[in-house]
Design a protein around this ligand. Structure first.
Ligand SMILES: C[S@@+](CC[C@H](N)C(=O)[O-])C[C@H]1O[C@@H](n2cnc3c(N)ncnc32)[C@H](O)[C@@H]1O
Length: 292
């Protein structure tokens, strides 16, 4: 469908969002084979891309095709169709722009119908909450499979009206966290003292899980989960030219984004280092909470 959209709308820019690398590679091969220049695919959860990459009032259409259902209630937060995603979609859609949703799971259709009906910024284009066929629609690969296997499909078409929705600005890029410390402790002593550090706030989960030692660095493997982005990052503690001085900074491994949560993780590690020895002190701390 992505490629059809690109072919049907040569003057529009089409962006596909996927978390499966296999699907991305396949899509990219087809894009190149068909010499399409107005379509790109991004390896990112849709929620993250919508919050971080697209401006308010910038999208003419959003197509959600057969999202994973995440049936179990403990996995509910992973469901794409939830209030926070619908809110960012309505913020990113231009007035008059459309949201298309397709699913082959009746429970998902019912849940989505309820959610969309509770969204005054979207008008249902259909006379019913959903329809079982959309004339002229190009079926997706999964849709063809669902039909072959005898499953019904449920299609939704909603249109953005001009009622104001929640203001959801694009998440701003931040500077890299950077902490300079003075410590009498060796890397061995720091590594020996290490226990996983967990920090939970309603909208932030940080878990400093492991520490690894190299010649000139200790690497803290850290999970940082924020509402719009979930990252596994490495924070490096590096020796400096001045003996006893150390720098804590974000490793560029995997190109992490220096979000507020990553800054909070750097602060957490810096504070833990401070707690290890009374002669440890912070020389410079360039992290979000101290800058703001
Ligand atoms: C049932 S398949 C449907 C595939 C395709 N859209 C189609 O209709 O043929 C669900 C797809 O959604 C992708 N996916 C799951 N969660 C996602 C998310 N948060 N953001 C982007 N893609 C996601 C999965 O990798 C998978 O390829």
């Amino acid at each position: 469908m992505l490629l059809h959209l690109a072919q049907q709308h040569p003057d529009s820019n089409i962006v596909g969002l996927e978390i499966s690398n296999r699907c991305l590679v396949r899509a990219e091969e087809r894009i190149v084979k068909r010499s399409l220049h107005n379509v790109r695919v991004i390896h990112a959860p849709a929620e993250t891309a919508l919050n971080h990459l697209f401006a308010p009032d910038s999208l003419s259409e959003v197509h959600i095709n057969f999202p994973d259902p995440w049936f179990k209630s403990r996995h509910e937060h992973r469901r794409l169709m939830q209030r926070s995603t619908v809110d960012v979609i309505i913020n990113r859609l231009k007035p008059g722009a459309r949201l298309y949703l397709a699913t082959d799971i009746i429970e998902y259709a019912e849940m989505s119908a309820e959610l969309l009906a509770e969204t005054p910024q979207l008008d249902n284009v259909l006379d019913t909450p959903w329809t079982s066929a959309v004339p002229g629609r190009t079926p997706t690969k999964y849709e063809q499979k669902a039909r072959r296997e005898g499953r019904d499909c449920y299609f939704f078409i909603y249109q953005r009206n001009d009622q104001p929705g929640p203001a959801i600005p694009v998440i701003k890029e931040m500077v890299m966290p950077h902490v300079v410390l003075e410590s009498p402790l060796s890397f061995e002593a720091i590594q020996d003292a290490f226990e996983p550090i967990e920090h939970n706030e309603p909208d932030l989960h940080i878990n400093v899980q492991y520490v690894y030692q190299g010649k000139r660095a200790l690497l803290f493997e850290t999970h940082v989960k924020e509402p719009t982005i979930d990252q596994r990052v490495a924070l490096n503690l590096l020796t400096r030219d001045t003996p006893g001085e150390l720098t804590l900074q974000l490793s560029m491994l995997g190109h992490p984004r220096p979000t507020a949560g990553v800054h909070a993780a750097a602060n957490l590690i810096a504070d833990w280092l401070l707690s290890l020895h009374p002669d440890t002190r912070i020389i410079k701390r360039k992290t979000r909470s101290t800058e703001d």
